[in-house]
Design a protein around this ligand. Structure first.
Ligand SMILES: Cc1cc2nc3c(=O)[nH]c(=O)nc-3n(C[C@H](O)[C@H](O)[C@H](O)COP(=O)(O)OP(=O)(O)OC[C@H]3O[C@@H](n4cnc5c(N)ncnc54)[C@H](O)[C@@H]3O)c2cc1C
Length: 393
């Protein structure tokens, strides 16, 4: 017999765990389905901007995470063409790897090795089909299953579009420490954009984006070719910065095409429908040019838990027709609250990347002399968002 669950969250990533933890704080149980066989850390670093810390505080884990993170104090932007330092801003953001990893008893159960493959409708319930052939019945279904989301597909969203750019990323470790200040150092030049973020005294994370087709040919399987490509495109930069790439071990190079959900799809699409919605990358995949992505996934979790909390205020389980109506309205409220924020983030990230990476003469001139400070300001404005408290009152 198929089990019936009240709230099923697909994906134990940033959005899924924040939502589950937020619901748990409000006394509401959920079940998280995760395709992998356990929680894991991937990637090199995670920049947590002010908006992310506000969300982490709202869900009650900011204080315990703060001491484990290094603070960055500013951003400096340099043109590799004019060699002008085009913008410098101070800020209070923190960097380093972030793992939310609440314990399962804080979030409700997490069911591992549970890959959702399709969704079916059965009256008010959603039938969630798993890869192992089992089926769960859900009264509320939340898709936090990243870019190729099965839930987003059910809601009618298309696959995220390739933006004509790719990213090579890496991380380098200095046994005896590096000498870089704790600030984001970013460069742009002829069709490329790259940056360096000290994670702590010994580790530096870097990224390099460039115009490309969705396939990067031989480079895809060859870190050595990636390294030569990046080194050949750095232009006029200080030797100690170039040395960061030179020192990066080949095992620490990754390459990925950049994709986003076109902003007009966010305006027109179904972020929620009946008792189903999406959050995180399943909702708003964006280019990495603001260093956001995961931060608004945290915001989503807070807003979603708050909206569901209001809908289920007096009753922790969903039984009546009226409760279904309230859930539907709660998810609509969530969609309304997040639509413009997601639209703004995706469009701003795309615009920042487009301008910073362009190599036309006019745009290069404008970027180096006029727009750089404006773009740095945009980055900080997006990071200053406050998703509010969790409380449903
Ligand atoms: C190299 C790199 C660097 C980044 N740096 C930053 C940064 O510094 N700051 C920042 O804010 N953002 C950053 N991002 C973006 C950020 O990682 C994502 O935006 C964020 O992880 C999205 O959270 P999520 O919960 O939507 O998805 P994820 O964290 O990817 O979690 C999705 C989860 O769903 C599971 N899943 C997927 N499909 C299914 C399925 N069908 N069934 C069951 N489970 C499923 C996955 O296994 C995964 O555990 C970076 C991204 C990359 C690639």
């Amino acid at each position: 017999m198929e089990a019936v669950e009240d709230i099923v969250i697909v994906g134990a990533g940033i959005a899924g765990l924040t939502t589950a933890l937020g619901l748990h704080r409000l006394g509401i149980r959920s079940l998280v389905l995760e395709s992998f066989d356990g929680l894991r850390t991937t990637g090199f670093a995670f920049t947590t901007w002010t908006n992310a810390w506000r969300a982490l505080d709202a869900v009650g884990i900011g204080e315990s995470l703060r001491p484990r993170h290094n603070q960055l104090f500013g951003v400096q932007t340099v043109s590799t063409i004019s060699r002008i330092s085009t913008a410098e801003r101070q800020f209070n953001a923190t960097g380093k790897r972030l793992s939310i990893c609440p314990k399962p008893n804080q979030t409700g159960p997490i069911r591992y090795s549970s890959k959702v493959v399709s969704i079916e409708e059965s009256s008010h319930l959603k039938l969630v089909h798993l890869a192992d052939g089992s089926i769960l019945k859900a009264k509320v279904l939340i898709g936090c299953d990243r870019v190729n989301s099965a839930v987003a597909k059910w809601l009618g969203f298309r696959k995220p579009a390739f933006v004509g750019r790719s990213a090579i990323r890496g991380c380098v470790y200095y046994d005896h420490g590096h000498s870089f200040e704790p600030k984001l150092l970013q460069f742009f030049g002829e069709g490329v954009r790259f940056g360096f973020i000290p994670c702590d005294d010994k580790t530096i994370y870097w990224f390099f984006t460039f115009s490309s087709s969705s396939k990067n040919g031989e480079m895809e399987d060859s870190p050595d070719k990636m390294k030569q490509f990046v080194l050949g495109k750095l232009g006029e930069i200080p030797d100690n910065v170039r040395a960061i790439i030179q020192k990066t071990e080949l095992d620490n190079f990754t390459l990925s095409p950049l994709r986003f959900r076109p902003p007009w799809e966010i305006l027109r699409g179904n972020i929620s429908k009946n008792n189903v919605c999406v959050a995180g990358d399943a909702f708003h995949p964006m280019t990495p040019d603001l260093g956001q992505g995961g931060c608004p996934a945290l915001e989503d979790g807070i807003v979603l838990a708050r909206c569901l909390g209001k809908a289920l205020r007096d009753n922790q389980s969903i039984k009546s027709e009226e409760e279904y109506k309230r859930i539907e309205m709660g998810l609509q409220r969530y969609a309304k609250e997040r639509r413009w924020r997601a639209f703004e983030l995706i469009s701003t990230a795309y615009m920042v990347g487009y301008i910073q990476q362009s190599n036309g003469k006019v745009l290069t001139f404008l970027r180096d002399r006029v727009l750089a400070s404006f773009l740095a300001g945009k980055l900080l404005k997006m990071a200053s968002f406050d998703c509010g408290k969790l409380s449903a009152s």
